[in-house]
Design a protein around this ligand. Sequence first.
Ligand code: GRF
Length: 188
Amino acid sequence: MAIIKKNTAVFISGRGSNLKNLIIFSKKEISPINIKLVVSDNFKARGLAYARKNRIIFRIIRDKNKKLFEKKLLNYLNKHQIEFICLAGFMKILSKSFIDSFGYKIINIHPSLLPKYKGLNTHKRVLKNADKYSGCTVHYVNNKIDSGKIILQKKVRVLKNETLKSLEKKVLKIEHEIYPKSILKILR
Ligand code: GRF
């Protein structure tokens, strides 16, 4: 029996490799999501090209005022009957009032083994601390940065000669594995 796919929005601010990966996933029969909307706070976000290419509606909201930003965001989400949000490199923190008003699940991907290394420059900090492992985490979003309940994590070994670039590449690869897996885990 075909599953009913949830109307999903993906929020991005930059490169969009996770968006690209989620678009590919969303087209599979087993996928419980249908990406109907892409939102960015940055009109230069390279990832917007994937929305264009796949004919997904995208909206850019640039208001500096958080209330106004979130008001516009909620309008778009309601207009497109969005019932699930995936954050994928989205650089803004959503307020509790936004999260409550939206009322459906919001998840995020983060390039570290949370609760270690919340925030930015995770790979740099891993290397600086000479950690043996790093990885990535998919978690629910609350109004504190990278702090919601964890859905899935995956580890990678940090090698002796690891560089920022090689670590980022390695972690991004497993991000693309666990984001779809996490969605399957919570929506199926
Ligand atoms: C990823 O490393 C993600 O974990 C983090 O921001 C980066 C976004 O990369 N939140 P991309 O834009 O999906 O390529």
